[in-house]
Design a protein around this ligand. Structure first.
Ligand SMILES: Nc1nc2c(ncn2[C@@H]2O[C@H](COP(=O)(O)OP(=O)(O)OP(=O)(O)O)[C@@H](O)[C@H]2O)c(=O)[nH]1
Length: 288
């Protein structure tokens, strides 16, 4: 009888030892996997986050000793603590879930960030460049013009009597007209040119490596195309036609005492003054 009880106790003990060993091993594998995952994320992440992941990975890696020592102790002495093995697995699992959670949160923040950057660069209605991005592109092109010693031209385009279009057809049709006009202008530009909306019905075209003569030819081509288009609003029951006035300004890249920002502002002012001259001379024309 005593012998049977002793055998049963030994069997139960071996089972418990096996369970504890399995739990500690699972905990070890989970934590090693988490450390490996953190190193993998470090490789893919940009600088500020990279170091966070590296230190987390190193911490998890060093803590593997805490998972290995109970396994070694059981194998050496057959002493085990079932509760500790359960806790060990719970801690490793919690660490893995935590790392996955932080990774998902950071991916979300990154994609929201990308969206915000895209929104600040693109005009939400017409999908051409926003005013901020247009001015940024302009200062970059001014720098490039000085480096390459090539002329740079800009066009300021303003729709003539756009208020009348809004009043006659409604604001929604007015918005459709702005979108169609953007598409029409884009179709006439080269891939290196930039088109941006800098005001309600005011656009800028940045023409790199373009002198005043070429800029006038491009401006006239755009003006003519818009004048000849028979309808800018497909959803309107009456066709919407329009004309535009264009002011042209050209930068000649000779040594200047002015900063890039002042040159950009002055170029915009020249184009704006030219555009108002075109308006004052009767609209539907280009002016230098
Ligand atoms: N539909 C629509 N209209 C806009 C938008 N932004 C500005 N506008 C309108 O554009 C019109 C601009 O009017 P004005 O500045 O008087 O100029 P205009 O009527 O085009 O006349 P000129 O420029 O002198 O030829 C206003 O009626 C604004 O409400 C927009 O995003 N959508």
């Amino acid at each position: 009888m005593c012998e049977i009880l002793k055998t049963e106790a030994i069997t139960t003990d071996s089972l418990m030892i096996t369970i504890a060993l399995i739990l500690y091993s699972l905990s070890l594998i989970t934590q090693a996997g988490t450390a490996f995952f953190a190193f993998l994320l470090a490789k893919k992440s940009p600088s500020p986050f990279k170091w966070g992941w590296i230190f987390l990975g190193i911490g998890l890696f060093l803590m593997l000793g805490r998972r290995i020592s109970p396994i070694a102790s059981i194998l050496e002495t057959s002493h085990f603590n079932l509760l500790d093995s359960i806790l060990s697995l719970l801690i490793s699992t919690a660490l893995l879930i935590g790392v996955i959670g932080i990774h998902r949160l950071m991916s979300r923040i990154n994609s929201d960030n990308d969206l915000l950057i895209a929104l600040s660069q693109i005009d939400p209605l017409t999908k051409c460049l926003s005013r901020t991005e247009s001015l940024y592109k302009l200062s970059n092109e001014i720098k490039r013009s000085f480096r390459s010693k090539n002329h740079l031209s800009i066009l300021e385009i303003d729709i003539d009597r756009f208020k009348l279009i809004n009043d006659e057809h409604g604001h929604a049709i007015g918005d459709e007209v702005l979108c169609s006009l953007t598409r029409s202008i884009k179709n006439l530009l080269r891939v290196n040119d930039h088109l941006g909306r800098i005001g309600g019905e005011e656009f800028i075209v940045i023409l790199p490596e373009t002198n005043q003569e070429s800029a006038s030819i491009i401006a006239e081509r755009i003006r003519k195309e818009i004048e000849q288009t028979t309808n800018f609003a497909q959803t309107s029951n009456r066709p919407v036609r329009l004309t535009i006035s264009i002011g042209i300004a050209t930068l000649i890249p000779i040594d200047s005492i002015y900063s890039i920002d002042s040159l950009g502002i002055s170029l915009l002012k020249q184009a704006d003054d030219a555009m108002y001259r075109a308006k004052n001379n009767g609209r539907n024309q280009i002016a230098l």
